[in-house]
Design a protein around this ligand. Structure first.
Ligand code: PLP
Length: 481
């Protein structure tokens, strides 16, 4: 590492990135390249001799940026957001600069201790029960993604129940969630060896706004118990991926508890909103949970990746995931005086991710973060009003946070409108002026408009709506208007 070279190139790189942000609206939001485009533009093998930094930057501009979908564009409304911010970026930069690998406390005490402190701070902002704080038996840990979070708690829960009922009972273990739960749970079950036929994805429909019904859960558990199966894990969601449905945590949690099950709450997207007192009630019942997860990298100004997971009983994680090879032994770990986060996650190595969350919390503060969330929700409400005012469209599910699920109504009753809306999505996204995504709810193809990019303002929402209206007009034909 040549410090002076870093200074020179680093300044140039920051200039390059700052210019990128200044001109971000000049790029098509959704990359318009065809599969394989880059093979034709880059050589077959790496250079033998060093290239110049400027040459590389020129290639980024000419060859890489056309293949980038601009998640930070103010015209990005697809999936859920993946925020970047000055604070998050600086934290990421500092983490890259120090480049430690903090698997055990001894490998960088500050990395472990800052992570514990920052997750306690965030837990307090979310008003999580005290059991989730690091002072007791619980605590927080930063995982890479919500998928890793649900995997590690599923492994902890699996091993906990198998210790009770015996190792041979694996094939009897049953997992419950609604069919709106993120596919990360299904993947976790595959990895954890849960038999596919024992994953109960219970149907949720418009009668509950796509939330999991406690009655249906109870009935299913009772039936499974009568056939000798062992219910052991329930995953509820606050803010489902398709439509931001909120599962009723309190009643679901009580059912889980009375059946001795682990109760995990996935608030990957909507958890951020719960730092605002007026949205905190969506988490009511989290007292019943064994684990809670929110992605600070989605809608909380913290650059990817930073998925915050809290557990009430950290020993369950450690028992499932710890190893203690000779080459990692050290006095602090052996004396049980410290947290070694390697035992709370799948990989050994881990980055100093708490730096960026710490920067975000310190450089913005709770009040600004709350305003940030409220502003996006206000913009989503504004978009929802625009949709409601145009009789050609309908809002499909009630908006709760910053996602609007809507569709263009088919011109006649016989057609369910799925093809029409698929065509509308393609037409809108191929303009490059806006990027939205879709889902399917009760067999209906639905368009999703998720507000959450840090640079989005009302003018961007209005412009996106204009593109949608214009493309709808072309598809339906002038006569329909
Ligand atoms: N859970 C919910 C509710 C989500 O919306 C998502 C992604 O959008 C995930 C889990 C998966 O997130 P990750 O990419 O962090 O694994």
């Amino acid at each position: 590492m040549d410090a002076e070279q870093l200074r020179e190139y680093g300044h140039k790189m920051v200039d390059f990135i700052a210019d990128y942000y200044k001109t971000i609206e000049s790029f098509p939001v959704l990359s318009q390249v065809q599969p394989g485009y880059l093979r034709d533009l880059l050589p077959d093998s790496a250079p033998n001799q060093p290239d110049s930094f400027q040459h590389v930057l020129d290639d980024v501009q000419a060859k890489i940026l056309p293949g980038v979908t601009h998640w930070q564009s103010p015209n990005y409304f697809a999936y859920y957001p993946s925020n970047s911010s000055v604070a998050g970026f600086l934290g990421e930069m500092l983490s890259a600069g120090l480049n430690i690998v903090g698997f055990s406390w001894i490998t960088s005490p500050a990395a472990t201790e800052l992570e514990m402190i920052v997750l306690d701070w965030l837990a307090k902002m979310l008003k999580l029960p005290e059991d989730f704080l690091s002072a007791g038996q619980g605590g927080g840990v930063i995982q890479g993604t919500a998928s890793e979070a649900v995997l590690v708690v599923l492994l902890a829960a699996r091993d906990k129940v198998l210790r009770r009922v015996g190792k041979d009972a694996l094939e009897k273990l049953v997992v419950y969630a609604s069919d709106q739960t993120h596919s990360a749970l299904q993947k976790a079950c595959q990895i954890a060896g849960i038999h596919p036929e024992n994953c109960r994805l219970l149907k949720a429909n418009s009668s509950t706004n796509y939330a999991l019904s406690p009655e249906l859960l109870s009935e299913t558990i009772s039936h499974d118990l009568t056939t000798g199966l062992i219910p052991f894990f329930l995953c509820a969601t606050v803010g489902t991926t398709s439509s931001t449905a909120v599962d009723p945590l309190l009643s679901l949690g009580k059912i889980a508890k009375s059946n001795g099950m682990w109760f995990h709450v996935d608030a990957a997207y909507a958890g951020s909103a719960c730092v605002c007192p007026e949205f905190r009630h969506y988490m009511d019942g989290v007292e019943e949970a064994d684990s809670f997860n929110m992605n600070a990298h989605k809608w909380f100004l913290t650059n990817f990746d930073c998925s915050a997971l809290w557990v009430k009983d950290r020993s369950a994680l450690v028992q499932a995931l710890s190893t203690n090879p000779e080459f990692l032994k050290n006095k602090a770990s052996q004396a049980n005086m410290v947290v070694d986060y390697k035992d709370w996650q799948v990989p050994l190595g881990r980055r100093f991710r708490s730096l960026k969350l710490w920067m975000v919390l310190r450089l913005y503060g709770l009040e600004n973060l709350q305003c940030y969330i409220r502003n996006h929700i206000k913009l989503a409400k504004h978009f929802e009003n625009l949709v409601v005012q145009d009789p050609r469209f309908e809002v499909v599910t009630p908006r709760i946070f910053s996602l609007v699920c809507f569709r263009l109504l088919p011109p006649n009753d016989k057609d369910h409108g799925n093809k029409l809306n698929r065509e509308l999505l393609d037409a809108v996204n191929s303009t490059g002026n806006v990027f939205i995504s879709h889902t399917v709810l009760s067999d209906i193809y639905v368009l999703r408009f998720a507000v959450g990019a840090p640079l989005t303002e009302e003018k961007h929402v209005n412009a996106a709506w204009k593109v949608l209206q214009d493309k709808a007009t072309s598809l339906l034909g002038e006569s329909f208007c």
